[in-house]
Ligand binder design. Sequence first.
Ligand SMILES: Cc1ncc(COP(=O)(O)O)c(C=O)c1O
Length: 365
Amino acid sequence: MSDLRDLVDTQVQRWVRTDIQKLAAYPVPDATGLIKLDAMENPYTWPDALRHEWADWLGRTDVNRYPHPDAPKVKAGLREVMNIGEEWDILLGNGSDELIQLIAMALAGTGRTILAPEPSFVMYRMIAQYLDMDYVGVPLTANFELDLETMLAKIEREQPALVFLAQPNNPTGNLWGDEKLRRIIEAAPGLVVLDEAYTAFTQADYLGWLEDYPNLLIMRTLSKVGLAGLRLGILIGHPSWIEQVNKLRLPYNINSLTQLTATFALEHFEVFEQQTRELVTLRSDLYQALKALPGLTVFESEANFLLVRTEPGQAPVIHQALKDAGILIKKLDGAHPLLADCLRINVSSPEENSALVQALQGILG
Ligand SMILES: Cc1ncc(COP(=O)(O)O)c(C=O)c1O
């Protein structure tokens, strides 16, 4: 067996791109048995009656057939709940992760650059690496605001094919302000994607900006509102852009069960809206509770998570102590210089939020 292993390794080293060999796969920690506050999920499941009705729908699906290639019912449901006008087209992805990849593939090429403020969503950089594109991360200020002058200078110098702006931003949770965003979109020579993954938790809404800019696409997801398991990302924009990106989509990328479940869930979207409204209220409660703890700086958030900064060197200690107490949060310390001593915590149900606060009280003394 070890002979085979050696032979395989030789083949791998010879044939797999050397830059890919150096990469690490996206890490997802095991959360078995833990209160899971690390991945921006909605903590609530569905009311029982809805679950039974859904199970009934699923039971009548024929999975021997390929799914509808264009998922028209899902798109109709999305148009309705998100108020997407007929003048825009929609492209669906296996999560918005897949859409980021498809957009980047459409624009990739020698010397082509992806630019994004940093810290932001890590897949922008990772997908640039997968596609062997250049990636330029422009640091936010120490307060995680957008450094407009530096952004504009970098855009001028690098002429990026693609700019990603996550609003609210992950992992900082904040908005950067309409004026700055407009200046960036206007200065960008290429495509700008406004990533509204957390749109359900903020009043900010940039869909209307599609009218103003020929180089803008809006990206959303159903993951954060309570359907993370479905993997359904949504790209909205002018038909000419969507037509090109759609060519790179693999056939049948949205499977039958996802199409059916999404259609059903969109018909009952008030359930998810109610849950997200509640999470917004719980966010301010958790913000106050964390702020009252010694040694934590808490940043204001427009998303379903809070970024906190610990005393120097304490983030890994607190992260591990919470894990020992049965609670998983995200350690950001070490991920980017601006995130030194930072942790990211999901806003969850009242019970899980108080379990977290209690555990932190014990740890921080
Ligand atoms: C800003 C942002 N965009 C996109 C995504 C990806 O979402 P999904 O692939 O679940 O649709 C995330 C997930 O954390 C995110 O934070």
